[in-house]
Design a protein around this ligand. Structure first.
Ligand code: FAD
Length: 502
């Protein structure tokens, strides 16, 4: 099958890219392994940043400075300036297509303060911000007649004889057949990789870093993979996120003695380290929002109350919420140039799988939803412009076929996937030591060597989720290797990468 612009992934980034490419006048096809409205973007709660100054004074320059400070000097200032300057127009666009932002009493878009921000800057739709944005983008994509095919898993990229990306090899989940798609430009929008930490992550089970692993296997450069953000407030037993908006609205962090022990609104890396240190001293740590009152919680934080009741069996109106820091967001990704193109010609990327160097060593809450729309639209336009300049589709010169090899199935990859999550959480987590990084790398390499002893035990062609999960495990291993290798190379503590003495 042939199209002008092929987009892999239908989260906020992929749909933003699709709408922009379609508006630029080319044919667009979106392929995704899950249903678009279930993409992880729907889990985002707290808000999307833009210096609108609707509830107190704010400026684009303040937004830029807060972002650069949180990035610990590793962001590209030009990219940050672009993203923050585009933010007010981006919110106006989202508002115009129907995102139902919460409002102030004088009908302006309401804004709340998140960690590391000098002003209330996050625009929100109660605590369902990502869901409302994603579903509105999906409706908008349908209005634009964007073609979207679900249940297609990216296996590998296709390249022509000049090493230019010209399409993708996909697995159709419904039929079990492989399919080749040819395009003049390919955009990866396949999300982040926090799920390599398995149960120690707030992320969707589908955030397995597939696009990054596939791009790296095709030869694309990755950047800053070691920077994994740990969110301070995952529920202690399930890792389900309690949004930063709970602290933004005035929530406290308490130790076992009921004392506050850190600045709740410092950037996430600092707060997570403070909680981690308290836990390592034997403390239990709690989020306390009881003083905000039932009416306020039900109006501003309804999802947080629901999640705490469902997954921790506590009602935050009356009870403390037991929490721990868990893997939440991955700053690393496919290295981008100023046009959202990777080091491989013909391959663009946007969203959490890409690295536009706007988050550096630590992302500010509310900046990811902003990034996926701003750079999603930019990637869509640039991919469309490249496609418009090309006469014909290229054909693929060769393609890898990982699934063609023999798998003996003597090892259970599910057990190893769980072990991988625990090894990474303990040894490649909030505080890192070189010897532990080496141990984690040895574990990953052994798993990679043993892949032929694994494989899917289910031989069914149709809806073989066992096979999909095996393919995801392979990608998780490749991504884990890149994270640990990056961490070993970075010899100083910076942002989310914190090194301790041996
Ligand atoms: C619980 C939670 C709360 C958050 N809250 C906020 C917040 O308040 N503010 C903020 O700014 N950010 C927040 N974030 C971060 C933000 O939601 C994400 O960074 C962002 O939504 C990522 O969007 P994306 O489009 O890049 O990826 P996703 O939404 O993850 O979409 C990825 C898409 O790629 C597809 N895909 C993946 N692999 C393949 C494959 N192999 N083949 C085919 N398709 C594939 C998936 O099916 C999906 O459609 C939060 C994250 C979480 C987990």
């Amino acid at each position: 099958m042939k199209t002008d612009v092929l987009i892999i992934g239908a989260g906020g980034a992929g749909l933003s890219a699709a709408i922009a490419a379609k508006e630029a006048g080319v044919d667009v096809l979106v392929l995704t392994k899950e249903y678009p409205t279930r993409s992880q973007t729907c889990m985002a709660q707290g808000g999307i940043n833009a210096a609108l100054g609707n509830v107190s004074e704010d400026s684009v320059e303040e937004h830029i400075q807060n972002t650069l400070k949180s990035a610990h000097g590793l962001a590209n200032e030009e990219a940050v300036r672009y993203m923050c300057s585009e933010a007010p127009a981006t919110i106006a666009w989202l508002d115009s297509i129907g995102v139902c932002f919460s409002r102030t009493t004088d009908a302006k878009i309401a804004q709340r303060r998140l960690g590391g921000a000098s002003a209330p800057r996050a625009c929100y739709a109660q605590d369902y911000t990502g869901l409302k944005i994603l579903h509105t983008l999906y409706e908008e994509a349908l209005k634009h007649d964007v073609e979207i095919k679900n249940e297609k898993v990216l296996l590998e990229l296709l390249k022509d004889s000049n090493d230019v990306v010209c399409g993708a090899l996909m697995l159709d989940i419904r039929s079990g057949q492989k399919e080749s798609y040819f395009a003049k430009s390919v955009v990866l929008a396949s999300g982040g990789y926090s799920r390599i930490y398995d149960k120690n992550s707030t992320n969707s089970v589908k955030s397995t870093g597939d696009g990054i692993a596939v791009a790296a296997r095709a030869g694309a450069k990755l950047l800053d993979m070691e920077f994994v953000q740990f969110h301070p407030t995952g529920l202690k037993n399930s890792s389900i996120l309690i949004s930063e908006s709970a602290r933004g609205e005035g929530g406290y962090l308490l130790n076992s003695k009921g004392e506050r022990f850190t600045n709740e609104l410092a950037p996430r890396d600092e707060v997570s380290r403070a909680i981690d240190a308290a836990i390592k001293k034997g403390e239990d740590v709690f989020l306390d929002i009881r003083h905000l009152g039932e009416e306020f919680i039900d109006e501003g934080l309804p999802q947080e109350r629901k999640l705490a009741k469902l997954y921790a069996n506590v009602d935050p109106v009356y009870d403390l919420i037991p929490i721990k820091p868990v893997a939440h967001y991955t700053m690393g990704g496919i290295e981008m140039d100023n046009n959202s193109q990777s080091s491989l010609e013909g391959l663009y990327a946007c969203g959490e799988c890409s690295n536009h160097r706007v988050h550096g060593a630590n992302r500010l809450g509310g900046n990811s939803l902003l990034e996926i729309v701003v750079f999603g639209r930019e990637a869509g336009v640039n991919a469309a412009q490249r496609a418009q300049k090309m006469d014909a589709h290229a054909s693929a010169s060769s393609q890898d076929d990982f699934l063609a090899q023999e798998f003996t199935k003597e090892l259970d990859f599910y057990a190893l996937r769980e072990e991988l999550g625990n090894v990474l959480y303990e040894k490649v987590g909030i505080v890192r030591r070189e010897s532990e990084l080496e141990e984690a790398l040895a574990f990953v390499k052994e798993c990679q060597q043993n892949l032929p002893k694994m494989g899917a035990k289910d031989n069914a062609l149709r809806y073989n989720t066992n096979l999909i999960e095996f393919l995801e495990f392979r990608n998780m291993l490749d991504v884990s290797e890149a994270v640990i290798t990056g961490a070993l190379k970075r010899k100083e503590s910076v942002g989310a990468h914190f090194l301790a003495e041996e």
